[in-house]
Write a protein that binds this ligand. Structure first.
Ligand code: DGL
Length: 281
């Protein structure tokens, strides 16, 4: 059934299971400072990476619907797991009935598009959540655009919890950072480019750099997604006209406001105001 949604222009929605999408949001806001944004983190139900296809689809659809109700016409899934497991189903099964003029975009395609120019050996690696790696979304997307590139994937199930629990800089994190990098490189010694295929991982970048052998290019998604969104808005003036410009950002979390504001302020280097919402309602 078609929902009744606000029709006037609104902010651009940015969604993630938790804090990871803030790494994308901050790059998008640097590239498009004039636009308004709503960030929604489903912190109460994070991590998504170990959840089944059906659950990630259900949770992501709830978030997208809520962002539409809050006035967004365009939603970015700033989460690889949701992009891998829910994006296509939402685009094909749900958008036509919710509102065929609204759009949901993901982060995997814009990341893969740049990879052809970065790898010389044509052997790349992807670090991601168990869900993203198991979905083989990166392998399939790379095969479509660059059939000559070989992709190895490594799930890093401990990395998101380290970030969500504020342990990304702790000494204990080193063990798990090194463990998954070594496991990836052991799969294929010709890898010269590694995609951080989870929006939480840039928060582990100092440690990832420490354990990644020199000469391997590390691809972080923030700037790529921001540039791709800028290009999308340029190519779709109808959608661009439905995005408000005021330079503001409103934050929502499904967990406690204080907890989110505390952690998010550290990621964003600014104090923010957060509201709690319940996606089950
Ligand atoms: N930040 C997300 C991603 O890019 C999700 C991590 C999680 O919730 O497991 O995959």
């Amino acid at each position: 059934m078609k929902q009744t949604l606000p029709t006037q222009p609104g902010p651009i929605g940015v969604f993630d299971s938790g804090y990871g999408g803030l790494t994308i949001l901050s790059k998008i806001r640097e590239a498009l400072p004039q636009y308004d944004f709503i960030y929604l983190g489903d912190n109460a139900r994070a991590p998504y990476g170990t959840r089944s296809f059906d659950i990630v689809y259900e949770f992501t659809l709830q978030a997208v619907r809520r962002l539409f109700e809050l006035g967004c016409h365009l939603v970015i899934l700033a989460c690889n797991t949701a992009s891998a497991k829910a994006l296509r189903s939402i685009q094909i099964n749900n958008l036509p009935t919710i509102d065929p003029d609204r759009r949901v975009l993901g982060v995997i395609r814009p990341t893969v598009e740049c990879i052809g120019n970065l790898t010389h050996t044509r052997h790349i690696g992807v670090l991601g959540t168990a869900g993203t790696i198991k979905s083989e979304s990166y392998v399939m997307e790379v095969r479509k655009l660059f059939p000559d590139i070989r992709v190895s994937g490594q799930a890093c199930p401990m990395w998101v919890p380290l970030v969500e629990y504020g342990e990304s800089q702790s000494d204990g994190a080193d063990y798990f950072v090194q463990k998954y990098i070594d496991a990836l490189l052991a799969q294929d010694e010709r890898i010269d480019t590694v995609i951080l295929g989870c929006t939480h991982y840039p928060l582990l970048l100092p440690k990832i750099r420490r354990y990644m052998p020199e000469g391997i290019t590390i691809v972080s998604q923030g700037e790529l997604v921001a540039e791709s969104l800028k290009d999308y808005l340029r190519r779709h003036p109808d959608m661009d006209a439905r995005c408000t410009r005021g330079g503001g950002c409103t934050y929502y979390t499904t967990e406690s406001e204080e907890k989110f504001a505390d952690s998010a302020s550290a990621f964003l280097n600014e104090t923010i105001r957060v509201s709690r919402l319940d996606l089950n309602e």
